[in-house]
Design a protein around this ligand. Structure first.
Ligand code: PLP
Length: 376
């Protein structure tokens, strides 16, 4: 059975061109980058070139980019460092963060005794900026603000400029989980008041298990993983060499293709949203679908009925790969914490996230619409 993959916010397929760039480092160029002889020097150079390329694309200095195992490790590193090394005693976050952030700030609140505040959510799925400022203004301790740039479930985009300006005004440390936007939007970190961002290769047709942490050069932090001197003493462990090469190549390709690909996916999203409205009475959308929203994500809710309760299962049976929450919670079959936080009617709906890549097509969307018709 041919499968239709519309779960690109969970992960994307590896671009063959990225694989080609990685292959020599999986075969003949296998040296340990810490070795001082030629095998090591060639792989070390390749990593430093990858770092330069990533830094240039993000508008950062190469010294501000650290390669990690992915978005989760990067967020853990940033949040631990803000508390342990930068003296933050108060964390402001939101209830719709990815668990990589949410579980980490809860851990810090429990074990490091920092104060944890959650900003109120608006029904659109955006944070309440006035409440955010109230929390900042009322804080008399050094504060970390950690708010995601784009929500992986509903697609909402943070008003980065507004949050960044508030963090500057109140002298906060600012971390943004940018896993859904690095490789999907342009960045200019030199122009942005921000201390940490993260990225994950597998969200933009790069390999899994590799990511970056950007650490603004104005701050000094200690490693989260201790051991060898890799990543300038900031992240111990032999580098994921081919992963790093793949991350940089995928980011280069995504950047070159950004204008064309983003317009194409935005078109698919709009096409699917209007077809859903035309064909399925009672369908609603989670998040600010037509406003500040990722072009890759469309999260629709269908009214809960005996039939729709089985929808995810039935779509899977028909070879359609979509998710109800994020990939990390979909196996658990529980309502997503994001939907719960923004929709008081969450018990009466079946939310489905459709997420697109440059390989998605209108034909696939039409087939999904037909399958939905027989299953609702
Ligand atoms: N943050 C967001 C918003 C994500 O979507 C993901 C991916 O699932 C992560 C963090 C975790 O990234 P990784 O899979 O690289 O650990």
């Amino acid at each position: 059975m041919a499968r239709i993959y519309l779960d690109n916010a969970a992960t994307t397929s590896l671009d063959p061109e990225v694989l080609d760039a990685m292959m020599p480092f999986l075969t003949e160029k296998f040296g340990n980058p810490s070795s001082i002889y030629s095998y090591g020097r060639e792989t070390k150079l390749a990593i430093e070139n990858a770092r330069k390329s990533v830094a240039k694309i993000l508008g950062a200095n190469p010294g501000e980019i650290f390669f990690t195992s992915g978005g989760t490790e990067s967020s853990n590193t940033a949040i631990h460092a803000a508390v342990n090394d930068l003296g933050c005693k108060h964390i402001i976050s939101s209830p719709v963060e990815h668990h990589a952030t949410l579980h980490t700030v809860e851990h810090m609140a429990h074990f490091s005794k920092v104060k944890l505040s959650f900003v109120n959510m608006l029904p659109t799925g955006h944070i309440d900026l006035a409440h955010l400022e109230e929390l900042m203004a009322g804080s008399n301790e050094k504060t970390l603000v950690t708010l995601m740039h784009a929500n992986n479930e509903i697609g909402n985009l943070l008003d980065m400029d507004a949050v960044s300006a508030l963090c500057k005004k109140y002298d906060c440390i600012f971390h943004s989980d940018t896993v859904q936007t690095v490789g999907h939007y342009p960045f200019n970190l030199k122009e942005t008041y921000i201390h940490f961002i993260n990225g994950s290769g597998h969200k933009f047709h790069g390999p899994k298990g590799v990511g970056i942490l950007y650490v603004n050069e104005s701050i000094n932090i200690k490693p989260y993983i201790n051991g060898g001197a890799q990543e300038r003493n900031m992240r111990a462990g032999t580098e994921n060499l081919y992963g790093i090469i793949g991350f940089a190549k995928a980011l280069e390709i995504a950047t070159q293709r950004y204008a064309e690909d983003s317009a194409y996916m935005q078109g698919l999203k709009e096409y699917m949203a209007s077809a859903l409205v035309q064909n399925f009475p009672g369908v609603t959308f989670n998040g600010d679908t037509n406003g500040k929203s990722l072009y890759t994500v469309l999260n629709a809710s269908f009214p809960l009925t005996e039939k729709s309760d089985m929808l995810l299962f039935n779509l899977d049976m028909a070879g359609i790969c979509v998710s109800g929450g994020s990939a990390c919670t979909s196996g658990a079959n529980s309502t997503s914490h994001v939907i719960k936080a923004i929709n008081s009617n969450h018990e009466n709906i079946v939310p489905i996230r459709f997420s697109f890549s440059r390989h998605s097509t209108k034909d696939e969307i039409d087939m999904v619409l037909n399958t939905l018709k027989t299953n609702l």
